[in-house]
Ligand binder design. Sequence first.
Ligand SMILES: Nc1ncnc2c1ncn2[C@@H]1O[C@H](COP(=O)(O)OP(=O)(O)O)[C@@H](O)[C@H]1O
Ligand SMILES: [Mg+2]
Length: 369
Amino acid sequence: MAKVVLEGVVKKFGPVTAVDDLTIEIADREFVTLVGPSGCGKTTTLRMIAGLEKVTAGQIYFDDDPVGHLPADHRDIAMVFQSYALYPHMNVYDNIGFALRMMRVPRAEIDRRVKWAAEMLGIADLLDRKPRQLSGGQRQRVALGRSVVREPACFLLDEPLSNLDAKLRVTMRGELKRLHLELKRTFIYVTHDQAEALTMSDRIAVIHDGRLQQYGPPDDVYNRPRNVFVAGFMGSPTMNLLGGDVGFRDGLPYFTARGFEQSLPARLATAVRQAARPGSFLGIRPESIVVRVDGSTTPPRESSWFDAPVYIQEPLGSDQFLTLEIGGTLVKARTNPDLAVRAGDRVEVAFDPAKLHLFDGETGVSLTI
Ligand SMILES: Nc1ncnc2c1ncn2[C@@H]1O[C@H](COP(=O)(O)OP(=O)(O)O)[C@@H](O)[C@H]1O
Ligand SMILES: [Mg+2]
């Protein structure tokens, strides 16, 4: 069992508050990802869970027991770092089994665990090789193997894929997810890559400036972002945020920004009423924008078409991204690759009314969830 709970955890380094009042519960066997930009406090949080760093305030519990007094080697965790240093003079077998030898585990048991881990990680045929005879991906697997053989209750992974090339990262994130299924242990994974967070996690904790912004399943964080930070961090490209004003005309809500006006669906009336202060952000994801050039596409319900100039056109094989100029903001739309459009063209655009978000212009907090 390894439920991990952080309660009001604070970490200060002199004047710098690296982690600011973090409260989060990670269930036993859950795969939780801490995601956020560089410097937001992810590594510090992981190091406190590992016992490598003391908390300034707050408490960390494993299965309801406070662990503040427990040194790292008594916490039944294994940490995989971004920069994994393998022992260059040892072969893969000895690298993977090293920690077990130090713990004086019997030779036959070491042999069983090393072979089991190597099999699971697809490196069973590399056990005689030295690290320099391995590719980057194979080395990363060996580093994972070293922690897997220890069979900890909880794995802490700090950006373990960031030194790999883009293609290998995508392969490895699938394999890590698979590994989690097979090991049935708690995984706490740290990354700045929102795609890794979305694809791998049971729940995602989005962190900014040491503070928790939102904690929930990928679907929640992606489709119901709590604030503009989460909206603008998750997704690729991220959610478009148009700065403007909202109001009512003839009893119906609308949004306006620099020569652009869009009537809003009735379901946003409450949100518009809440946006008492002037200034709001209208949020729309690239895939929720419909673009047509020949008047042929059926508009989403309740929406109205307007036209906008195409600033950049980017083909991507399976998709096409258009950067449109709307109300003084550059807005990205994901469209069908067959749509014949070039930079400089004007296209007809509609926002899917079911997918519109409204955020407070001052606090950035969502008014629609
Ligand atoms: N040992 C340290 N001494 C002083 N400041 C630190 C130390 N470790 C981290 N920090 C600061 O704490 C903040 C969070 O760092 P870190 O947890 O490494 O972020 P992340 O892993 O999200 O990139 C940063 O501002 C960083 O400079
Ligand atoms: Mg870090």
